[in-house]
Every structure is written in C-alpha cells, then in structure tokens.
Design a protein around this ligand. Structure first.
Ligand SMILES: NC(=O)N[C@H](N)C(=O)O
Length: 307
C-alpha cells in the first residue's frame, strides 16, 4: 500500500450490482485504507415501539409508490399513522421527473401539507378558480432547493416539474384539527434562505429555523429546520407529547432514541412516537441539520376517536 490512506466510496461497498445479468457469484472484498471522516460505522435500520430509523440506504428503487392523478413521479413513504389513533402525520420523499406533476395532488380535503424541496426546480400554483380542473389562475411560485410551502386543508394547488432535471421534495401531511372559533391558517410560500434561524438559549451551536410564529395556535403542525454546528448537542433527553418526523438534510450525529444511541447521517429518517426521549450530539466534521415535524397546540385527545 502507498503512504496515502485509501478512501472508500460507500456506494462501492454494495457489490451485488443490479447490472449483473449472469449467475456469477459476487464477493465483498475489503479494500483497506481509512474511510472518510463522514462515513458512519454502524448499520442502523430499526423499528421499535417508540421509534423507527430508516437509513438512506434502505430507500431503494424497489420500494417506491406512485399516486393517482400524478405523472412522472415515484415516492418513498417514510411515515404514516400505524395504530390508527396515536400517530399524527405522513411523510413522503417524492421524485418528479421532467414533465411530471399533478393538477390534483391531494385528494383528502381535510389534509394540510408542508412541501420542502431538496433538489431541482418545481412550479407550484396555489389557489385558482373553482371548476377549472387544472389549478387555473392560481398564484404561481418557483420552488428550488430550500423552497417551502404550507398548504392548509381544502387549498387548491398543483405541482409540476417544468425543468429538464429531476426534482425531489418532502411532502408532510396531517389531518388538520379545526377548532371552533379559530380560523385555519392561510397558505404561504418561502425559502429557507429567507428565514433567519433562532439560536437556542445560551448557545451558538444549536439553532432552529421556524417557518411560522410558534405562538400562532391556528397551526397544529410545525415543520422546522434544526441546525447544529460541530460539537453542538441537545444536552438532555427531551421527553414531550409531540411526535416527530426527523429527516437528516446534512451531516451526521449520534442521536438518542429512547434508550439507544444511534448514528445517523444525511438521508436518514427517524420517526419518534410521543414521549420518546431524545437528545443528540453532532460530532462533525460539518454541520448537522434536519427537517423536523411536530404536532402542536391542540388538546391531548382522549382516545374516543381515530384521527
Ligand atoms: N428532537 C428535536 O430536535 N426536538 C426539538 N428540540 C423540538 O421538539 O422542538
């Protein structure tokens, strides 16, 4: 071996190539050398009663879904209610090919949504006249990476990829819990770069980018971006009623999920049930950032009805 440490391309570790057409055996061969500092050390897929971890590597082509009234799309379902009453949201990673999209993306009139673009360019229309069947005269927005849209229940919206490259976005959905005497919030469209992060008290190493006023009780969900500089931490096990979906946008860390410390990295998804203890430590070398869903500002329901 030369004096230069070799580096591993993690993708090259998957030696059973889909391009293999014969029945020749393939073998994993260690290559030696020092893996890059960004590589994790453990395999992390987990499903427990209090949390789940879906590592980026488990999102492969064979487990995709398609939706009615969409063209040129495929998606990975990262979260959905399981027990029928305890969980609050669903979350998808959606890929839209050039020319793909939908004029009827959401079929449930009670569903609110947050869209967050991680790659490519999408055209979103919001509003528009009744009965035109195509989103019509709605206001039009270009959503590139960091683009964020909140769409209240019953909103008319359309989404299309009119660019030459594939676009990828997160779609987080929740059954809006309307409250007598409280208006539903209005739609808005923004970009992460236009929203200043709020530092957590007493530290520059942990901040939260909030897209709605945290005191606005019209909203019953928040989707924020949480950022840690290398060395930043949640220094105690948070334990609260809010359920979480947590998608790692950048970097890596060790995350406490109930009683387990789990390594996570960009592309991984975590689902945390209500009251699941959680903390983290961002060891670097770069920033650690994630998209964080939580349900907020409603009575703890009494188990009489499913939601
Ligand atoms: N796991 C987390 O990032 N939790 C946040 N501090 C939160 O619940 O807002």
């Amino acid at each position: 071996m030369s004096g230069e440490p070799a580096t591993h391309d993690p993708a090259s570790l998957a030696t059973t190539s889909s391009a293999t057409t014969s029945r020749e055996a393939t073998y994993f061969a260690p290559r030696g050398g020092l893996p890059p500092q960004t590589q994790l050390t453990t395999e992390r897929a987990r499903f427990t009663t209090s949390y789940a971890v879906l590592p980026a590597r488990t999102m492969t082509d064979i487990v995709t879904s398609r939706l009615p009234h969409w063209t040129g799309m495929r998606m990975w379902v990262l979260a959905r209610p399981l027990s029928g009453f305890a969980e609050t949201f669903s979350q998808y990673v959606v890929e839209v090919s050039p020319g793909g999209g939908s004029d009827r993306p959401e079929l449930d009139p009670g569903a609110e949504a947050v869209l967050f673009v991680v790659d490519g360019e999408l055209e979103l229309t919001v509003g528009g006249s009744e009965g035109d069947g195509a989103g019509g005269e709605g206001a039009s927005y270009g959503l590139g990476p960091g683009g964020y849209a909140f769409l209240p229940p019953g909103e008319r919206w359309t989404l299309h990829n009119r660019s030459a490259a594939t676009a990828t976005f997160h779609w987080i959905r929740k059954a809006y819990e309307a409250v007598d005497g409280v208006d539903a919030p209005e739609a808005f469209v923004t970009n992460e770069r236009d929203v200043a992060p709020t530092p957590m008290p007493g530290t520059d190493a942990w901040s939260t980018t909030r897209f709605v006023d945290p005191d606005d009780v019209r909203h019953d969900l928040h989707v924020n971006i949480v950022t840690f500089e290398p060395g930043g931490a949640i220094p105690f096990p948070e334990t609260h009623v809010m359920e979480h979906g947590l998608y790692v946008l950048e970097g890596k860390a060790v995350y406490l999920l109930n009683e387990d410390w789990v390594e996570v990295e960009a592309g991984d998804f975590m689902w945390l049930r209500a009251f699941c203890p959680q903390a983290c430590y961002a060891g670097g070398p770069g920033r650690f950032r994630y998209l964080l869903y939580k349900d907020v500002h409603r009575h703890a329901h009494l188990g009489r009805f499913a939601r």
